[in-house]
Design a protein around this ligand. Sequence first.
Ligand code: AMP
Ligand code: ZN
Length: 291
Amino acid sequence: MAKSVEERVLGLIRGEKLVRKGDKVMVAVSGGKDSSTAAWILAKHAEELGIEVALLHLDQGIPTYSKNTRKKVEELAKELEVPLYVHEWEKEWGNGLPYIVGKIGKASCYICGILKRYYQNVIPKALGYNVVATGHNLDDSVGFIINNLITGQIEYIAKLAPVLPETELTPRKIKPLFWIQEWEIRKYAEENGVPFAPCQCPFQTLAPTYKIRRAFDDVEKARPGTRKSFVKNVMRLAQKAGVRADRTKPNACKYCGAPTSGRVCAVCRMKKKVGIELGPVKIQEENWIGI
Ligand code: AMP
Ligand code: ZN
């Protein structure tokens, strides 16, 4: 019989050593089905894996969408009995994502992507967690590969892995759903009663990878297993061809300490443009809900 989603996820976690005993894992949860499922499986097996689990939610201040997703994340934390930290962009930036986008004048998904990656690095570090888990799935990897082939950022493909090691400036990054397709996750979440918000980010269809991901639906239907073999073989190809991610050691941003190739990180440069105070991330203590 085919292995269940949960068995495959736990197989990857153990097989590729995504976590070790004693790890403190923050799961970055958007309120959607993928990251909520990743949190669900990690939290349900925390004891046997010997890890501590908490949730991190970034409240982007997008009207309606952010309120709905935050509510679901709060429900998830209660159900799993794990601590939850919510970082409100409105509190730090004076207003939500649409305002920041207006001030910076670049595409919303571009800015949101930079901010999400930033907080997923600095917040777990600031709260004493050494691992950050995301809900990235197999469909995401297909979109990531093709998008980078189109834009020519081939070296990024070398970074595609279910686990990226911890560094001085960043937590270990793990993707427990790396080999699971989106439709399988939806089915698992529905069958197991995982709380998740059915709505998508209102900007989602603007994301460059959206159409690429959907274009694979037909191919997968005609030839089941296409996504998995595509990702697996591109990873093999990249390794064989010696594709390397940028190995230069990042510097610590002189204002906030986050990793950057220059002296000032992209987020501090954005803050300068918006005209807000620079410095290390300020934890919003009132939004750190322990159990
Ligand atoms: P995305 O960049 O939207 O494809 O999301 C990739 C991963 O980032 C998700 O699977 C989540 O783990 C995480 N993530 C996305 N949005 C949020 C959010 N608002 N708060 C916390 N984590 C998020
Ligand atoms: Zn900075």
